[in-house]
Each structure stands twice: as structure tokens, then as C-alpha cells.
Design a protein around this ligand. Structure first.
Ligand code: AIR
Length: 163
């Protein structure tokens, strides 16, 4: 936790520096606890299943589109900074050669839940994405839910948050 400043000098808005620091800490405290990331805008509708479960439980959540293949630097920066911003769990959904959950787990030690998705070019009913997500090398785990089963990712995130 950040120490409050010793000097309570009034700011131009009338708040003391200490009050400003308290407000800043409160904003951090109510920031998102779960970060949902998806490989494409075309994945967003299915991931609403996870978002709705979390919002219904009162858990603050943020959803961002970033592709492990199209935006690799963005994915790395987001996941490296996730714990520092107060996130506790990352839910990552992608289809096809679905690298996003695994790449996320490579860049953060937060729990990562992978959601394999069907999409326009899917083969074998989403088995392509399922195997891409579940077959992680030892030491870099991704907790994988069923194909298109984003709701279960939300429920699993709730259980992780309650431990
Ligand atoms: N994808 C995007 N970058 C890497 C991968 N694997 C996935 C998306 C989406 C599918 O490719 O997660 O499920 C098709 O994306 P789009 O943008 O062509 O609709």
C-alpha cells in the first residue's frame, strides 16, 4: 500500500494532498479485478457470457481486444502490467490457432482461464482452438473451459476470487 503524504497542503481543487491520495487509492481498489481479453472483435459476443456472470456478482471487469498474433507487443504489455493494476484473474478467449491464453500465461503469474472459441474458419468444431489452449507445456498453466463456454470462465473466476 502507498504511504500517505506527510504534508497535507491544499491542492487547487481544495483537497489536501492526503485526501487526493486516499481518493487515488480508492480508485485503484475499485478498479477491474478480472481482465477479459479476446483475439478479435468477432469473439466479443461469446465472451459476454463471462462478463455477465462477473457483473451479476458485482465483480468489476474490463474487456479488451488484442490478438497474440496481430498485436503481440500489446498482449505482452497488458499481461505484464496486469497484477500491478490490481487484476486478479485473466480470462482469454480466442479461436483458430488460439495462442492468446498461453501467451498471456507466459507474461503473468496471475491465473489465466482460456476459452476456446469457434469462429468462421473453425475446423473440427473448435477442436483447433481447444487443443491450442489446453496443451500447454509444464510450468505454464492455463485453466481451460469448454468450447464457447465463456460462462464457465466467469464462474471459475468467481471461485478463484473467493479463495
Ligand atoms: N485469432 C486472432 N488472432 C489470433 C487468433 N488465433 C482468432 C480470433 C478469432 C479468429 O482468429 O480469436 O476467433 C478469427 O478472427 P477474425 O478477426 O478474422 O474474425
Amino acid at each position: 500500500m502507498t504511504d500517505l503524504p506527510a504534508d497535507p497542503a491544499p491542492s487547487t481543487t481544495g483537497e489536501t494532498a492526503a485526501e487526493t491520495a486516499v481518493v487515488a487509492q480508492a480508485e485503484v481498489a475499485i478498479g477491474p479485478l478480472v481482465g477479459i481479453i479476446v483475439g478479435s472483435k468477432s469473439d466479443l459476443e461469446i465472451l459476454e457470457g463471462a462478463e455477465n456472470v462477473l457483473r451479476d456478482a458485482g465483480v468489476p471487469v474490463e474487456t479488451t481486444v488484442m490478438s497474440a498474433h496481430r498485436d503481440p507487443e500489446l498482449v505482452a504489455a497488458y499481461c505484464k502490467g496486469a497484477r500491478g493494476r490490481g487484476l486478479r484473474v485473466i480470462i482469454a478467449g480466442a479461436g483458430l490457432a488460439a495462442a492468446l491464453p498461453g501467451v498471456a500465461a507466459a507474461h503473468t503469474d496471475l491465473p489465466v482461464i482460456g476459452v476456446p472459441l469457434t469462429s468462421r474458419l473453425t475446423v473440427a468444431g473448435g477442436l483447433d482452438a481447444l487443443l491450442s489452449i489446453v496443451q500447454m507445456p509444464p510450468g505454464v498453466p492455463v485453466a481451460t473451459v469448454g468450447v464457447d463456454n465463456a460462462k464457465n470462465a466467469g464462474h471459475l473466476a468467481l471461485r478463484i476470487l473467493s479463495t
